[in-house]
Design a protein around this ligand. Structure first.
Ligand SMILES: Cc1cc2nc3c(=O)[nH]c(=O)nc-3n(C[C@H](O)[C@H](O)[C@H](O)COP(=O)(O)OP(=O)(O)OC[C@H]3O[C@@H](n4cnc5c(N)ncnc54)[C@H](O)[C@@H]3O)c2cc1C
Length: 447
């Protein structure tokens, strides 16, 4: 079906496709194939369905919840060679892309147009992987996540049929919204072979600020007040003092080592932004912030956000021999201060080493907790802490995963989060993939 050079059973290739960036245990596939076009994907999926061979899509493998790990072995379809930007329709604010396009590369190509694709998971993720996980990032608070940018999808279903869905229009009330069903389905319903994504204009002006607080609880109250005041930040990130210490150590930026909010506002004029910034400062000072530094230039802003994006890797680098579990709960914004307070308390009580950093503006909270690789007792403590905090988020009417997806790790919480609708999800899965060949072992609890 494909040239031999695009098919591998070599040990190193299988190892490279056995694990993502999460703590989950690796599992090798039996073969890795690099398709070049939809017709090859059709041929491979048709064959796999006939012979009941599991088939898992692979973008960059940057997932944080085991999403692309081929837990039932079989075929991994690596989309890194299907990475063409097929067309950029500037006037319609759209681009047609293959799934293997890296989103940063797309934004580089778009630079001269004044347009960009906002979801920014930070890692060098592919558009296919972002669609499958419904990825978000620092800009989600203002721009929304990947689901808000997918207009059309072309997918290969488990029976080998190509299904096209959606349209080029920004709004439609036409029948069932299959795109929303497929975005976030982690490759369990079909394989994405082409997408039309929406683009937006780059803002003309932006303004960034840093504010320091005596506790993460105080910082989280400021987050709530900034959102409640309708200031509409383009990014609003909360980092605890442990994160700031790491950033200072690795980047030599000299930030105050206390719980910190990074915020950014964007808009058409600097006047409008300076008014917004004054209001943000008033809010932070009313809460009792220790410092508020506004007017960061482009260079400072870029250095800080770059460091923010690299935090996950910094944690790994600073804990050799450690295994890191990344939490990803999200709660309604009014519950955010309570969720942060509970997280801080539970983390301290556990005695484990952990880093709280979160896309605070949209109620998303990440905690990277460190356990030693071979210490099963400590790892059990990590699991207890995670379970406790995910259940707390659900109690606050939140979700087990704001942006990383269910993958392997969040499966045990799906019944609690979705109740009876989980049964309907299983029926949908069975309808699209009756033989269960597409990325098996994900999303649904094992029993
Ligand atoms: C340092 C770091 C920071 C991160 N920050 C964020 C963040 O801020 N926000 C966020 O949302 N995520 C973040 N992530 C997680 C990750 O980058 C995202 O989940 C991203 O969407 C994964 O894309 P990928 O191309 O690596 O996909 P992969 O990890 O390769 O795959 C993801 C899922 O997509 C499926 N898949 C891949 N291609 C296809 C296809 N063509 N058709 C169907 N299914 C397919 C896979 O089977 C898998 O289920 C971060 C990761 C790292 C390492």
């Amino acid at each position: 079906m494909v040239e031999p050079s695009r098919f591998s059973v070599g040990d190193s290739v299988l190892d490279l496709h056995a694990k993502d960036q999460s703590h989950h245990l690796p599992q090798r596939p039996e073969v890795v194939i690099w398709p070049l076009d939809p017709s090859e994907v059709v041929a491979i999926v048709t064959y796999a369905n006939k012979h009941l061979i599991p088939i898992t899509g692979w973008g960059s493998g940057s997932s944080l919840e085991g999403n692309p790990i081929p837990v039932h072995k079989g075929i991994v379809l690596d989309f890194s060679r299907m990475n063409r930007i097929l067309s950029i329709r500037e006037e319609d604010f759209q681009a047609d892309v293959e799934p293997g396009v890296i989103y940063q590369d797309l934004n580089t190509q778009l630079r001269h147009t004044g347009l960009f694709f906002p979801p920014d998971p930070g890692a060098r993720a592919t558009i296919g992987g972002m669609i499958a996980n419904n990825a978000g990032g620092t800009r989600t608070v203002h721009y929304g996540s990947t689901k808000d940018y997918v207009l059309r999808l072309s997918t290969v279903l488990a029976n080998g049929e190509i299904m096209d869905m959606g349209s080029r229009v920004k709004k439609t009330s036409s029948a069932y919204d299959l795109i929303r069903l497929f975005v976030g389905s982690e490759g369990t319903l079909g394989i994405v072979v082409k997408a039309t994504i929406r683009l937006v204009g780059l803002p003309s002006e932006f303004s960034a600020a840093i504010s320091n607080f005596s506790s993460v609880e105080a910082a989280s109250r400021a987050v709530f007040e900034i959102i409640r005041a309708g200031l509409d930040p383009a990014a609003l990130e909360l980092l605890d003092s442990e994160c700031i210490k790491l950033i200072n150590q690795e980047k030599n930026i000299g930030l105050n080592a206390s719980p910190t909010l990074f915020m950014e506002f964007s808009g058409p004029t600097l006047n409008q932004l300076s008014e917004t910034m004054v209001l943000a400062q008033e809010i932070c000072e009313d809460i009792g912030c220790d410092a508020f530094r506004a007017g960061l230039g482009r260079e400072d802003r870029n250095r800080i956000f770059e460091a923010r994006h690299e935090l996950g890797e910094m944690v790994v680098r600073n804990h050799p021999g450690g295994r890191i579990r990344v939490m990803d709960m999200a709660v309604p914004i009014a519950a955010y201060p309570e969720m942060i307070a509970e997280s801080r308390q539970a983390l301290t009580a556990s005695g484990l080493s952990g880093y709280i950093f979160s896309h605070a503006g949209d109620g998303n909270i990440h905690i990277n907790v460190v356990g030693q690789k071979d210490d099963s007792k400590q790892w059990a403590q990590v699991d207890t802490l995670t379970d406790h905090l995910v259940l707390k988020a659900l109690e606050l009417e939140g979700t087990a995963t704001g942006e990383h997806g269910v993958g392997i790790g969040k499966r045990p919480f799906m019944k609690t989060e979705h109740g009876k609708s989980l049964e309907w999800m299983k029926r949908i899965k069975a309808l699209f993939d009756p033989n269960g060949i597409l990325n098996p072992g994900k999303i649904f609890p094992s029993s």
